[in-house]
Write a protein that binds this ligand. Sequence first.
Ligand SMILES: Nc1ncnc2c1ncn2[C@@H]1O[C@H](COP(=O)(O)OP(=O)(O)OP(=O)(O)O)[C@@H](O)[C@H]1O
Length: 310
Amino acid sequence: MGFLKVEDLKVHFPIKGGFFGRTLGYVKAVDGVSFNLEKGKTYGLVGESGSGKSTTGRAIIGLNHITDGKIEFEDKEITKIHRAKAEIRKDIQMIFQDPYSSLNPKKRVLDIVAEPLRNFERLSRKEERFKVQELLELVGLSPESILKYPHEFSGGQRQRIGIARAVALKPKLIIADEPVSALDVSVQAQVLNFMKEIQRELDLTYLFISHDLGVIRHMCDHIGIMYKGRFVEEGTANEIFNEPQHIYTKRLIAAIPDIDPNKREELKRFRAEVSTEYEQAYNDYFDEEGLAYGLKPISETHLVALPEKG
Ligand SMILES: Nc1ncnc2c1ncn2[C@@H]1O[C@H](COP(=O)(O)OP(=O)(O)OP(=O)(O)O)[C@@H](O)[C@H]1O
């Protein structure tokens, strides 16, 4: 059975202007993205700011309208938002980037984590309290936390509260949109490792969105590299990191800070190579802003070559 299948997804936002608010054009935030996510795996969407990662995730969960394309979840088409909302709200949950703004500061942890339960399950107060305490324990927080407010926790702990809320309804798929970007580097690894643990424990599948290839490498089995609303390259983590084909992917890999001191020399050589290759490609194919044009969606060819000159 297929788990999540995204086919030629397009999300275009109208640009309004002029006296009458006419549509002047469209921002093609996502412009022909296709990928398959298998159950129990983690698929990473990576790319620079504005490449369309969040819009892809939001479209899957029904928060963005879909201009064109098809999304199937467990072999059922969920492309139409009104249908998607009712059917998948329980099964697909989202974890957001900023644990400071995604948790309501005026609510206690009990009410924050219980919110999805209140929408879908009829529990007595006692049952609800017990369930929330169980969820907090699962994410490594004390049961007494239920009476506290978000500001009483550290960034990492707040993200754990967000995770407790996201898993409250036993979802099948979690879309994690930059879940550790707002956290200190020292806390990032802890939260990522915890997300892996809980993935095994609860049989979760992740769509993992990040601009940080280092984080993506740590988490993902499969990776799609996004650029201006399209995939420039897609493959297993092994393929992407060991045999990157596209110059844009190589450039992103070369920009990962080197953490392994044994590989410094190797990385230095790789960076020098990429820098020469990129400069060449830039001169040949990129426009004035340094933006590539004419990239084809990955569904047409496995690897998208840079466009022919002229
Ligand atoms: N609601 C919207 N209306 C108009 N344009 C939008 C809307 N949402 C996103 N965009 C535009 O779509 C493009 C892709 O945005 P998106 O947030 O998906 O990128 P991203 O890769 O997730 O980057 P970031 O990490 O900065 O969020 C951007 O040019 C953005 O300005």
